[in-house]
Design a protein around this ligand. Structure first.
Ligand SMILES: Nc1ncnc2c1ncn2[C@@H]1O[C@H](COP(=O)(O)OP(=O)(O)O)[C@@H](O)[C@H]1O
Ligand SMILES: Cc1cn([C@H]2C[C@H](O)[C@@H](COP(=O)(O)OP(=O)(O)O)O2)c(=O)[nH]c1=O
Length: 798
């Protein structure tokens, strides 16, 4: 499993959304998720509203209870989903579950009672338990297998992307109904922050969203798939799942525990043979209990499902209509068993110190941010804001998280990932601390956004690191475990947060004329920050690989967007005794001439010298060189060209340069990575970052100690070369001018690692300049007899 494409990459979304049936399913999922989030918001707000006159503790119980009924069922009752899964037609299940939820949410404002609020909320979640597996199975049926991962990721992204939307909708509806209430006769008294009509509007909106989702699901086509494909194990959706883990866990995570995955394999095998049986026996093998329901569902489905393209003619003839099984065996869904995952998970988690540190960090950040959602309603009330403020705060946390996931790693891309992880954790902690201490609504919204942003960045970085660090098998289990822990934590944190706030209570601290309102809800945020801060320090210790550049220096460089000159340190880390020198420059600049002169000088000094060049210093390289410089082959795409140079380089580094450096030799290479950056990056106008990444990988991040840039105007360099030109030399003047400019920019970026000289000077003068710069870098000379080895290495043309 390769690293996942970035979440929600536009290209990715476009790819899956080009399928019309999936677009429908996606619309149904979006509407349903919107309903979920609106439901959560209204339940929390209404619980507070209905207990507005009660004491703070009762109110906290009401809010915590509302959170519990909404979040506990997916955690505690996930085995039930297994019983429900595949018992009924999936499309019908989705429609019914959405319709039931719509009716339940409609009934809440009509009843206007706390006990019914809690019961209705709970029942709605039971309906959601049936909806989830049905949606996942529908996904398998509608999306081609190769797109399934993308579709699942888009689905998870949508589940969370709708959270800030719901927050904003809630805020707008609350403000509007407040306004209407205030304008009505006697409105002055009714414009109360806790007034239920404000939440009623959002409940109606949730009901409308569910109804629209039901209608959209109704229009879904009947799934058809080939029998041999294995079922997906869907990523969890809805408020109870965890963004990063779910997004990255691909489709196998929920079945992450050992027992489950073996179950799954067994099922997959079984299903393949069963599917064949199905085709022959018309699904007679189906469990008796389900048969009746299925066949009638099936008929209905046949009537409503649009015929697939190209089969209209066939289906017009009754004899051609052979009922297909409503629930083909290969699509049978195995839901996750969250409790089992939690129970079994700890055994394999944390195989290396880095992973242990990451896991510890991630499980400490998540509940801290979840606590914000738990206290948000009561906190905004204490800050004098009403439901609209609650909507804003809720939207702020989730929008912040989304932003952090998308932008965090990009903005600070020069910071090492383990450090980015720990720094993001600390930033989330500080933002929470400040949010807890500053009793002001606007500041709360800003700080909570920042905390969400930092937590989102930490989460996505942690997931990426886990992907990098762990082998596929253990990684899948780890992500599954993490997902399960985070969901359980979300439940505990959201429920416990309001209770803790009520237990702490509000205080006014006075000093002379000054007074400071210390809020119980603020204290919860403060505690969250206080807990995460030391956790971030411990995590930093664990995940930081040590011996690197000071964090402050690296952080500053990352914020300024400049790469850190870590090369010396990296070389040190590698403990390579050799010295790596590269000559760069345009055509005819005199690189080979200088390489030859320098090697003569260095050998005289007693060093083992390896002079080499790119492309073409290895067997493979020679073939690549022939391909790359063949004038006949003008059709090559720029990317292919860049990759071929990188391939040549990978072979060069691993079979020539690194072995020589390990021996302690001085390696002089005529061209290296900068040539690709200049020729393919600037010359062919490819994205420099992409080339850098590919080359970092190809070279195992080997960076020269010194790069000598022989700078010369292209026309003068080219005029020095006699005879025929190769494919690159034959490029236009503008091309070579861009190449020259790019070389100069690369040198300016990191002057400590470059020597730029005017290559128009006489060769002897150039050699002297290089010698002056090189002397301090050279190690103690080695015995003369090492030169024998040098003779074996590829030589530079003179
Ligand atoms: N400093 C210099 N001044 C004038 N001519 C030079 C100088 N250095 C090299 N040359 C000549 O220029 C031509 C190209 O030099 P070469 O070292 O092969 O360049 P490159 O390897 O950069 O393509 C050769 O004929 C060489 O003798
Ligand atoms: C190493 C490298 C070379 N090149 C081009 C530059 C040169 O035109 C050609 C190498 O040919 P070569 O004959 O070795 O040229 P020079 O003597 O000037 O080094 O390949 C790239 O475009 N990208 C690269 O990464």
């Amino acid at each position: 499993m390769s690293r996942s494409a970035p979440l929600g990459a536009p290209g990715e979304a476009r790819g899956v959304l080009s399928s019309k049936p999936f677009r429908r399913l996606w619309a149904a999922l979006s509407l349903s998720s919107l309903g979920d989030w609106l439901g959560l918001l209204t339940l929390l707000a209404l619980a507070a509203a209905l207990t507005a006159d009660a004491d703070p503790m009762t109110r906290a119980y009401a809010v915590a209870g509302a959170a519990a009924v909404k979040l506990a069922p997916p955690v505690l009752l996930s085995p039930l989903a297994g019983l429900l899964a595949d018992r009924f037609d999936r499309r019908l299940t989705m429609v019914v579950a959405d319709a039931v939820r719509a009716l339940l949410y409609l009934s809440v404002p009509l009843a206007g009672r706390l006990d019914w609020l809690l019961i209705a909320g709970f029942l709605a979640e039971i309906a959601a338990l049936a909806w989830g597996p049905a949606k996942d199975a529908a996904l398998t049926g509608l999306v081609p297998k190769r797109r399934l991962d993308q579709a699942t990721r888009l689905g998870v992204l949508t589940s969370y992307g709708t959270a800030p939307v719901a927050g904003a909708v809630f805020a707008v509806l609350a403000s509007l109904s407040w306004l209407v209430g205030a304008l009505l006769p006697g409105g002055g008294e009714r414009a109360d922050a806790f007034l239920t009509p404000q939440t009623d509007a959002a409940l109606y909106a949730a009901a409308v969203a569910y109804l629209a989702a039901a209608l959209t699901a109704w229009a879904l086509p009947k799934p058809r798939r080939s029998a041999a494909e294995t079922p997906p194990t869907a990523a969890p959706a809805g408020p109870a799942a965890v963004p990063g883990a779910a997004a990255e866990n691909e489709r196998t995570t929920p079945l992450a525990t050992g027992a489950q995955s073996s179950d799954n394999e067994a099922t997959a095998q079984l299903q393949t043979t069963e599917a064949a049986d199905d085709a022959a026996a018309g699904n007679e093998r189906t469990a008796p209990l389900a048969t009746g329901a299925r066949s009638s569902d099936n008929e209905r489905t046949e009537q409503f499902a649009p015929a697939p393209q190209g089969t209209e003619a066939a289906s017009a003839q009754p004899s051609a209509q052979r009922p297909e099984p409503a629930q083909p065996a290969e699509e049978r869904y195995r839901p996750e068993n969250l409790l089992r995952t939690l129970w079994q998970g700890g055994r394999f988690a944390g195989t290396t110190p880095l992973v242990r540190g990451l896991l510890a960090g991630m499980v400490s950040v998540f509940p801290a941010v979840a606590a914000v959602a738990g206290v948000a309603r009561l906190h905004v009330a204490s800050l004098g804001a009403g439901n609209a403020g609650f909507g804003v705060l809720f939207a702020a946390v989730f929008a912040g998280m989304g932003l952090g996931m998308l932008a965090g790693p990009r903005i600070l891309h020069n910071l090492s990932r383990p450090r980015l992880f720990a720094v993001s954790m600390a930033a989330a902690a500080v933002a929470l601390l400040a949010a807890g201490l500053i009793p002001n609504m606007v500041m709360a919204a800003v700080l909570v956004t920042l905390a969400g942003c930092a937590a989102g960045a930490a989460w996505i970085t942690g997931i990426t690191l886990i992907h990098q660090e762990l082998e596929e098998d253990i990684r899948t289990r780890t992500l599954g475990y993490l997902n399960a822990v985070a969901r359980a934590e979300l439940l505990v944190a959201v429920v416990a947060a309001p209770l803790l706030a009520a237990v702490i209570g509000d205080y006014t601290l006075g000093y002379g004329d000054l007074s400071y309102g210390f809020l119980g809800t603020g204290a919860v945020l403060l505690i969250a920050g206080v807990l995460v801060l030391p956790a971030s320090l411990i995590t930093y210790r664990r995940v930081d690989r040590g011996g690197e550049v000071a964090l402050s220096r690296e952080l500053l460089a990352a914020l300024r967007g400049v790469p850190l000159p870590t090369t010396d340190v990296q070389q040190e880390e590698r403990r390579l005794p050799g010295t790596f020198i590269v000559l760069e420059g345009g055509e005819g600049a005199g690189k080979s001439t200088q390489a030859g002169r320098l090697s003569v000088w260095l050998r005289d000094e007693g060093f083992e010298v390896v002079t080499t060049r790119e492309p073409g210093s290895t067997k493979l390289g020679m073939r690549l060189r022939a391909l790359l410089l063949d004038r006949e082959d003008t059709e090559m795409s720029a990317r292919a060209e860049a990759l071929l140079y990188a391939a040549d380089r990978a072979e060069h580094v691993s079979s020539v340069i690194l072995p020589a450096l390990r021996r302690g030799a001085i390696v002089i290479s005529d061209r290296y990575v900068d040539s690709t950056l200049a020729y393919q990056g600037a010359g062919r106008e490819l994205v420099r970052d992409d080339i850098e990444r590919v080359n970092e990988w190809a070279t195992e991040e080997l960076v020269p100690h010194l790069t000598v840039l022989l700078d010369i105007p292209p026309d003068q360099g080219l005029s020095r070369l006699g005879g025929t030109t190769d494919r690159m030399e034959a490029e236009s003047e503008e091309f070579h001018t861009r190449v020259r400019q790019s070389f100069r920019e690369l040198a300016e970026r990191d002057p400590s690692r470059y020597l730029v000289i005017d290559a128009r000077e006489p060769a002897e003068e150039l050699t002297r300049e290089i010698q002056r710069r090189l002397r301090p870098l050279l190690p103690d000379p080695v015995p003369k007899d090492a030169e024998a080895i040098t003779g074996m290495m590829p030589t530079i043309k003179e």
